[in-house]
Design a protein around this ligand. Sequence first.
Ligand code: SAM
Ligand code: SF4
Length: 373
Amino acid sequence: MTTVQLGMPVSVPAAAPAAGTALLPAGHSLQAGLLDRFGRRATDMRLSVTDKCNLRCTYCMPENGLDWLKKDKVLTSAEIIRLVGLGVDRLGVRELRLTGGEPLVRLDLADIVAGLRAAHPQLPISLTTNGVGLAKRAQSLADAGLTRINISLDTLHPGAFAELTRRPFLDQVLAGIEAADAAGLGPIKINAVLMRGINDTGAAELLAWCLERGYELRFIEQMPLDADHGWTRDGMVTAAEIRGLLSTGFDLSPDPRERDGAPAERFEVRRQGTAAVLGTVGIIASVTEPFCADCRRTRVTAEGKVMSCLFSRTEVDLLGLLRAGDTAADDDAVAVRWQEAMWAKPRAHGMDHVGLGAADFVQPDRSMSAIGG
Ligand code: SAM
Ligand code: SF4
């Protein structure tokens, strides 16, 4: 029986705290899970399986892509399964989202899902994907044990799609969404980022399209996580504007269900002047209405670095420790390092002040694709 199963504080060989971590208080056992100094406990793990992508969304990637990580720097499927096991079995992780880059670029994705499912029969495992190539793979992912899927779709217009993603693949994405639905990966969630002058006026049309099909649409405010550093406060479409754009065709009222730590604020949707609820829409207002106080997320990048926040400027390496050994004591060391990284999580990202005169926000070096959104 290990010290963890006994519920005792784990003692890891004394060493100076790694960069980006904070020393855990005395008596902090593994049973404290991924707790931070402000009393938040991370139970929602976002794991990037690759930094590579086959689209070049203007709000995320530069036109010519990024320097991809070398294969030996990326978590292997066995390392992913071990790390998730540590999170779930020792640190209180209760749900997992696989993301990237574009996770479908990994040809072993269904094997990873199958390995995770075999180890954790009850764990909700979801995937965020751009949908390119999904039509052929949705069924095998469902068969492997994937629970649910989020697919990114910013517009229904081929011209705007090509302008936003710099690739002409709208038809593939639409086919992927249909295939995912047919494979039972619902309820399908659609993620959309609105960019002024390109797809913002199509917001209500996209909502109508999703409602007709029973998909839940979530608008994400554009965040300063683009590799080109082109984000501006004035340029971004705010949550308040999004509600205004939708009110041209719909009435929105707050969804009475508990938000329960979800990043999206949900609204019930009715056709204007009618009573029947057609479905819901979510708005993730990370910039203008941040929800840091209730954040439950812990992120691990494709090269095994913990980021306690999307906007962290520090990263804590777990891959080196994972590769240093595979005994229970080595697992304890990885788990404690992960705890130390989360203990150091900042109170808030400070982004709501950007462009409003305060200077406490600095854009991270990593783009969204290199973190895992
Ligand atoms: N490639 C997959 C995709 O696009 O769905 C998964 C990774 S992508 C980084 C995850 C989500 O982040 C997508 O829904 C995408 O629209 C969103 N995203 C990327 N850059 C963003 C930004 N600067 N602001 C807000 N959302 C962003
Ligand atoms: Fe690729 Fe997703 Fe980033 Fe678009 S948002 S460039 S699909 S990682």
